[in-house]
Design a protein around this ligand. Structure first.
Ligand code: SF4
Ligand code: F3S
Length: 112
């Protein structure tokens, strides 16, 4: 079992999650973070810390966002580790709660 970062992290990246993770299993891309499923110990500490409500247990990922389970696994192998909180993205408040940000954007653009 693992926790998964989903759509609402995109263009927000508040990074409060990073601070509480006891095993430093968050990885950072240009527009959002992912969790490495093989490193996550399922402690659930990060879930309530995310102001954007973007983190879910693997078995509670909302309908329509199931693709983020695979995406977290794929991108965690590519992106660099992040272990310290940093400033959120400049338009984080504007993009918080925008529904399905990954659908409107080309996912490849988000991954770069
Ligand atoms: Fe880290 Fe725990 Fe969140 Fe997994 S559930 S990403 S181990 S804080
Ligand atoms: Fe993203 Fe929430 Fe963490 S917006 S960076 S999952 S605190």
């Amino acid at each position: 079992m693992t926790f998964v970062v989903t759509d609402n992290c995109i263009k927000c990246k508040y990074t409060d999650c990073v601070e509480v993770c006891p095993v430093d299993c968050f990885y950072e891309g240009p527009n959002f973070l992912v969790i490495h499923p093989d490193e996550c110990i399922d402690c659930a500490l990060c879930e309530p810390e995310c102001p954007a409500v973007a983190i879910f247990s693997e078995d509670e990922v909302p309908a329509g966002m199931e693709n983020f389970i695979e995406l977290n696994a794929e991108l965690a192998d590519i992106w660099p580790n992040i272990t310290e909180k940093k400033d959120s993205m400049p338009d984080a408040e504007e993009f918080d709660r925008v529904i399905n940000k990954s659908v409107g954007s080309k996912l490849k653009d988000l991954e770069r």
